[in-house]
Structures are given as C-alpha cells and as structure tokens.
Design a protein around this ligand. Structure first.
Ligand SMILES: [Zn+2]
Length: 179
C-alpha cells in the first residue's frame, strides 16, 4: 500500500513539474533565465509564474513570487496554508523567505542551485529550526531535464556574447584600415 501511494504521489509531482517546465520555457522565449513555478491547492493549479525580471524591470519578479502572488489572489488570503509550490530550480533566499512568510505547506523543486539555492544548498531557509514555519521539501523531480534546460540556456547566452565581442573586435579593427 505504501509503495502504491508513493508511486501515485511521485507521478502527480511529475505532472505538476511538467507544468512548471512549460512556464520555464515561456520565460526562455522572452530571453529570461528559464525558471517556472506552479502553485497547487487541493490538487488544483491556482497560480503560475515564470521569471520576468528583464521584461518587467523588476528584480523581484521571480517565478515563485509571481506564482505565490497569483495563489494569494485566488484564495483571497495572504496566508497560503496547504499550498504546494513546484519550481524548476531550487529557490533563492528571497523566494525561500517568501515561502516561509506565506506559510506554504510544501516545496517541490527540480534542479539544485549550488550557487544561490536557499532550500539547503547555500542557505537552509525553508526548514530552518529557528524560523516560525518550516516548509516540507521534495527535490529531484525532473532534475536532469531542468538542469539541462538551464545549462543549455547559459551556454547559448555565452556563445551569443562571445560572437558579439568578436564582431565588435572586427569592427574596431576595420576602422583603422583603409578599404
Ligand atoms: Zn527567487
């Protein structure tokens, strides 16, 4: 019985994580770092968000913030007890802090962020014993896929920057020499 329940739960987690991945893809299409989030309450999606910091000129417009804001509007409550949040990347300290403030029940994330993750990698904000609320955390759902999506994005961005630098160099060289 236990095994059957766990199987159902992990396929449900994967289902919602796939929706978060769709959000991340939408971010990518706008040139944003591909991170997506889905807020779920009683098995229903009540908030979606993808990273929009560049397009909205808002450094706080992370996927998690937008999904939790939408969830609060939907529930008509600033406290989000019973809400699960699915995110394609381990949250940063700002978003992990928001999860504690909003009292969400559960965080499910895909890939770890060893440079700024605040669900254990750098800071243990989601389950710090001194804070007044701890979030239950499940990690690793679709981790390989989400990790690959991010590294591919940064790889492409580096390639574009390198290309631009080379073009600039060529242009500068061209200025000094007569045709
Ligand atoms: Zn964040």
């Amino acid at each position: 019985m236990m095994i059957a329940t766990e199987t159902i739960d992990s396929s449900r987690d994967e289902y919602f994580m796939r929706l978060a991945i769709e959000q991340a893809r939408a971010a990518e299409q706008h040139g944003e770092v591909p991170v997506g989030a889905i807020a779920v309450y009683q098995g229903e999606v009540i908030g979606r968000g993808h990273n929009k910091v560049i397009t909205t000129l808002d450094p706080s417009a992370h996927a998690e913030v937008l999904a939790l804001r939408a969830a609060a509007q939907y529930l008509g409550n600033y406290r989000l007890s019973g809400v699960s949040l699915y995110v394609t990347l381990e949250p940063c300290s700002m978003c992990a802090g928001l999860m504690v403030h909003s009292r969400i029940q559960r965080l499910v994330f895909a890939a770890r962020d060893p440079k700024s993750g605040a669900a254990g990698s750098v800071f243990p904000i989601t389950n710090h014993p001194n804070l007044n609320h701890q979030v239950s955390v499940t990690e690793g759902i679709c981790a390989a896929e989400c990790g690959a999506m991010l590294s591919e994005f940064f790889k492409q961005r580096r390639a574009i920057k390198k290309h631009l630098r080379q073009q600039e160099k060529l242009n500068n060289q061209g200025q000094g020499t007569p045709e």
